[in-house]
Structures are given as C-alpha cells and as structure tokens.
Design a binder for this molecule. Structure first.
Ligand code: M6R
Length: 616
C-alpha cells in the first residue's frame, strides 16, 4: 500500500537527500497521499513531511535538503488507511522524546488497544495512524534498559497485523533496523559502502543490482555496506542469498514515454516473448496437476481476476473440466463448507502481495489438503510462500498503477498451460494442437503490429466518446473477460463509468439506459458467439446506440453495422480467436490511456488507488 525507502552510507561523495528523494519517487506508484523524509544529524531527527504527491510537496518544501553530515535517511510515500491523508498523519512518525523515527507499510490491527495503553502511560499521540504506536513502544522498551535492536524485537512481539518497517534512533546513527511481516521488503547493498531498504527493487535499481529479499518474521540491522539478518521466531542470525537483479534500469523507468502506462503497453510484445520462454517442465507440472484434479478454482483480484476469467475459459476448453473463478475476497464465504480435500487452487497476482489473495490461499490451506499453483510477476513475493508451485510471469517491473503488460503475460501463461494440457490429453489431432501453439506464438507480433499502426483509430474513438461519461463494453463468450478488463481500465484511469457486461445479459435491464447516441463498444472476434453478437448489435443500434466495434482485420458484418471500428491485425479463425483476450485487450488499454489524457488525468496515478492492495 505504502512505499518505504531507506539508505545508510559511509560515503562522503553521495548527495543523500537526492538519493532518498529519487528512491521514494520510484515507489510513488504504491501510494501518493503524502510523503515524508527523516534524516539524522548531531543526535537529532530532521523530519520533513506533507500531504500530496511528491512533485507538489517539492514545490513547498525541499525533501532532499537534509543536513550535510547526515549518513542515514528514511522516506515514506503513503496510501492512507488509518487517518486522513494529512500532513500530521504522514510518515515518518516519532516517539515522545523525538529520538526514534519509523516508516511503515502495512496495518497494525491491534493499534487501538496499544494506543489506549500507551496513552494511559502518558504518551502523547500526534496522528491518527496505527503506525505511531511503534516508536512509542520502542521508546518504552529502551527506557526499560533494552538496547535498540532488543527494543525493536520486543515491540514487534506486541504487534498483530502486517508490516514492513524501518526504524532509526538518534543514539544509533550507524544503524537502520528493518523488519517484515506480510508486507514486502528488499535490501540493496553496495558492499562496504552503502545499504538500502525498500518496498520494491526498482527503488534502488539505478544504484545497485545486489539485493536480499526479506521473508516474513525477519529483522535486519543495516549498517553502511553491511547487513545482518535475524529470524524473529528463533532470534538467531541467518544467512540469506545475495541475488543479482538483471532487470534493465530502463525497464524500471519511463524510457522516453510520457507515462509508465504507455511505456508498459508498448512493452507487451517483449514481455510476452520473455514469458513464452517459461520452462516447459514447469508448465507441464501445472498441466499434470490440473489434469488429475477433480475440483479446480482460480482466484485473484481486479485485473488479475479478469485475466483469470480469460485463462480459465481457455484452460477449461482444453482440459474438458469446469474451473470455477472466485474473486479472492469472496473465496472463503463462497467455499465456506464446500471446499474439498485435494482441490487445486490457481492464485493469480501480479504483485503476489494482494492481501485478499494471500488470505484466500492461507484459509484454504488451513481448512483442507489443497494444492496451490501460483502465477505472479514477483519472485519471492508473499504469495509464493504459500504455494506448491510457482510460475513467475516475465513482464518485468510494472510501475503504472493500471495493470497492462502484466494482464497479458498472465493470460498468456494460463494459455501456455492450456496448450500443455492439450498435448497431454491429445484432445485434438496433434497437427491441430500445433496450430493453436503457433497462433499463440504469434500473439506478440499481432500486438506489435497493432500498436504500430492503430493509434490513430484509437484516438478517433476517444474523441468520439469525449462527451460520454458512461457507456457499455459488451461481449459474449470469452470476450466478456476482455470487456470487463476494458471497463476496469476506463473506470480506473479515465474516471468514466464504463461497464463491461455480457451482450446477451444486457437485454435483461441495462439496455434501458440506451438513448440516441449512447455509445456501446462491442468486442467481436469471429468466434462461435459472433452470429449471436450480430443480433445484439442490431438490438442496440435499433435503439439509437452509437456502435463502436473491436473486430479482426477482415471483418465484414459487425464493422458494417458500426459507426466506427478498431481492427486487430489477426486472422479470424478458431486457433487465434480463443486467444483474443490477449490480442484485443491492448486496444482497450490504449483507449483508456488516451481517454485519461483527453480528460486531463494522470494515467499513472489514478485517484484513490494504489498499485498493491494490502488491506482487506
Ligand atoms: O497485484 P495483483 O495482481 O494481485 O493486484 C490485483 C489488483 O489490485 C490489480 O489488478 C488492480 O485491479 C489493477 N490496478 C488494475 O489495473
């Protein structure tokens, strides 16, 4: 939800203020309600913080201006949960003596009782946040005679909930203490010189590629260029693997595009080509498990859920078994007393940190003997810890809050599993399966061609829709997943109430909204639903609807019935149609992007949103 960043160095030639400011800017996708920095110098904390986006705050106060002799700084960018997005609720938070400062991502669930107990002992709170109890608890432990590390360890024992936190203390200017439970935390290092902590790797990627990924219930003491890890359950030191990250820095930054969202849409073909290289052995493991399972569920949130709807459709076709898709937040209630032993659950999550997805999986594992197959974009993310097998999609870092390239790599991964299932089951002639495989392999090229040649037609549609505040995206069959994802993108970044809906079902109510000029986008690949979709187009046209269609290049009928069409450069046959959520969705992503620009909105920072939702 929030982003935390920290740095400690022994180097004199580093502008610590700039390092910390740039680091926290790279985490702004995690929340942008407020931002704050603390540095430490001459036994004093220097805290600067305010509400708003970093760029706005910078105009008022220079967050990078910190004392010259400071060798340590922490920063935070907030997505408000407890307490309004105000200056006073911004992190860092400090104790009564102003000696301890904390930045925190997560939620301290028992903060009300802790706060009450602390208040009774005379502690004064400045904010409404859950986080503020932490520095006060550490303060008490230190007053009881424990050292800095012991005080943090003892404080953590009192907390329930989730945290990634970083703490500094004026009397310990050579250390930052960090700890993790259910919220992501990574450590970057330039050995002997500088150490960083962050919620995500891109925050320090331009500075170092060497990193450690922290696990739950771990604490680390960061010193300049060194780090010591402790397992909080055993209180013992642990050795962790130092990883080298091979993402290009460019991949983590905007690389010439006006927005991350646009850059990430244009990265789709490359991200997909990388994802195509996922180990066949791993795909076969997933395929075999699904083949022998009786009850299969797929669960996710938001865009990952719509990718799951598309994926379950493709897999069910080749597997010959129904897969039930359940939104992760509803998983427990839906399967309350019906989850069976030996069920297989596919969990899909870009970040691997969405709390509702993690909780669905944890609940299922606590109730029954189930198998968890996870598809995520982040190595070592929390979800992977609860999984029997993990496929990491190869989208690379996605910074834009709107999921774009990660949607396509998720559907592609599920489609690759489906192909392996088809090979196992030999449900179609081998030559047929090869044709599906070839069609899937061509999807990155189809998207590349589309993105090269069709931006103008997208902009035409955006201009046509300029005055429309709400409309429908309608579809049948597998394209309902595409329609829903398109509706989500338009709501999210263009702030328009656009509903992705079943074209057939729309007759049972929503059609009553249609008046002269009411726009309806039809998703119309020439699959088995096409003929019936013609009928639906006619029904909406007859009532004055303005028809916009997404069709394949050589489409005849629905494009003829439409006021305007966007053409996807792909052959119209069954081998390609089943993968249409992959090739058609980028058009809707671009549509949402340009609609956001038309309405003066920042597509990378949609209102009220955070890239990763780590609260229920
Ligand atoms: O990281 P996850 O895939 O688990 O995230 C799930 C949703 O929060 C996410 O897909 C969200 O809907 C996107 N911002 C939509 O663009």
């Amino acid at each position: 939800m929030c982003g935390i960043f920290g740095v400690i160095t022994n180097q004199d030639n580093i502008s610590l203020g700039n390092v910390v400011l740039e680091g926290i800017k790279r985490l702004e996708y995690r929340g942008y309600d407020s931002c704050g920095v603390v540095s430490l110098s001459n036994s004093k904390l220097y805290i600067k913080k305010d509400s708003g986006k970093i760029e706005e705050i910078q105009k008022r106060i220079d967050l990078a201006e910190i004392p010259n002799n400071s060798k340590l700084a922490l920063a935070h960018t907030r997505w408000a949960t407890h307490g309004k997005p105000t200056r006073i609720n911004s992190h860092p938070h400090s104790d009564c003596s102003n000696k301890i400062a904390v930045v925190h991502n997560g939620i301290i669930e028992n903060f009300i009782e802790l706060r009450k107990a602390l208040s009774e002992r005379g502690h004064i709170f400045k904010s409404d946040t859950d986080t503020e109890v932490i520095p006060h608890l550490i303060e008490i432990k230190m007053k009881e005679g424990l050292d800095f590390k012991e005080s943090v360890v003892e404080t953590l024992k009192l907390l329930t909930g989730a945290y990634a936190l970083a703490v500094c203390h004026v009397d310990y200017p050579d250390s930052i203490i960090v700890a993790r439970k259910e919220s992501p935390l990574v450590i970057g290092i330039i050995e002997g010189k500088t150490t960083y902590c962050a919620s995500d790797i891109p925050a320090f990627l331009p500075l170092t590629r060497k990193c450690y990924i922290m696990d739950d219930d771990e604490l680390a003491i960061l010193k300049a260029g060194e780090v010591e890890f402790i397992n909080l359950k055993t209180n013992e030191k642990i050795e962790k693997e130092l990883k080298t990250i091979d993402w290009s820095i460019d991949a983590a930054e905007k690389g010439g595009y006006e927005h991350f969202m646009l850059k990430e849409i244009y990265e789709e073909p490359t991200a997909m080509k990388r994802t195509m290289k996922i180990s066949k052995d791993l795909l076969r493991i997933f395929a075999n498990i699904l083949w022998s399972a009786e009850n299969i569920y797929i669960t996710a949130a938001g865009t990952s859920f719509y990718a799951s709807l598309a994926g379950k459709f493709i897999i069910s076709r080749f597997l010959g078994k129904y897969i039930q898709a359940i939104e992760c937040s509803e998983f427990q209630t839906q399967l309350f007393n019906s989850l069976k032993n030996e069920s297989v659950i596919i969990a899909v999550s870009q970040s691997g940190e969405t709390i509702d997805t993690i909780e669905a999986i944890r609940w299922a594992k606590s109730k029954r003997n189930v198998k968890i197959l996870t598809i995520t974009n982040v190595v070592g993310s929390s979800l992977t810890r609860y999984s029997d097998h993990v496929i990491v999609t190869q989208a690379g870092p996605e910074i834009g809050v709107a999921a774009t390239k990660t949607y396509n790599t998720q559907v592609l991964t599920l489609a690759l599993i489906a192909i392996e299932i088809a090979k196992l089951r030999k449900i179609e002639l081998e030559s047929e399966i090869e044709k599906y495989e070839k069609a899937l392999e061509e999807t990155p090229q189809i998207i590349e061609n589309f993105l090269k040649n069709n931006v103008d037609s997208i902009k035409d549609v955006v201009n046509t829709l300029e005055k429309s505040v709400n409309f429908f995206i309608l579809a049948r069959g597998i394209s309902i997943a595409t329609a829903k994802e398109g509706g989500l993108k338009l709501k999210e970044v263009a702030c328009r109430f656009i509903e992705g809906y079943s074209a057939a079902h729309a007759k049972h109510g929503p059609i009553s909204l249609v008046r002269e000029g009411f726009p309806i986008i039809f998703i119309a690949p020439p699959d088995e639903t096409y003929q019936r979709l013609i009928g639906n187009v006619m029904e909406f046209k007859a009532r004055g609807g303005k028809i916009i269609s997404l069709v394949v290049e050589n489409d005849k009928y629905i494009s003829d019935l439409s006021n305007i069409s966007i053409r996807i450069p792909q052959p119209g046959n069954k081998y390609y149609n089943i993968f249409s959520p992959i090739t058609f969705t980028p058009a809707l992503q671009l549509l949402a992007y340009y609609a956001a620009l038309l309405h003066g909105l920042d597509p990378d920072k949609p209102l009220n949103l955070s890239k990763t939702v780590t609260v229920h």
